[in-house]
Design a protein around this ligand. Structure first.
Ligand SMILES: [Zn+2]
Length: 74
């Protein structure tokens, strides 16, 4: 699994509150996310999440494209 609890990600579309940073609270068949703008909790199916995720915050605090993110190789 590429993602873990506590990871910060951006999605294809931001939240209506204007923020587009989400913290992963739970992984599995469904992904539980918290908007870092308004703290609203949303659930996405794993399939939906994989379609919508764009970037992830790496260990250096930089947002990098998910296609370039390979934490298991670092
Ligand atoms: Zn929000």
């Amino acid at each position: 699994m590429k993602y873990k609890i506590g990871d910060i990600v951006t999605l294809k579309k931001g939240h209506p509150c204007g923020e587009n940073k989400w913290e992963i609270l739970r992984t599995g068949v469904d992904i539980k996310l918290k908007c870092l703008g308004c703290e609203k909790i949303v659930w996405l199916s794993r399939i939906d999440f994989d379609k919508r995720i764009r970037k992830i915050k790496d260990r250096n605090g930089k947002f990098i494209s998910i296609v370039h993110y390979h934490p298991e190789e670092e």
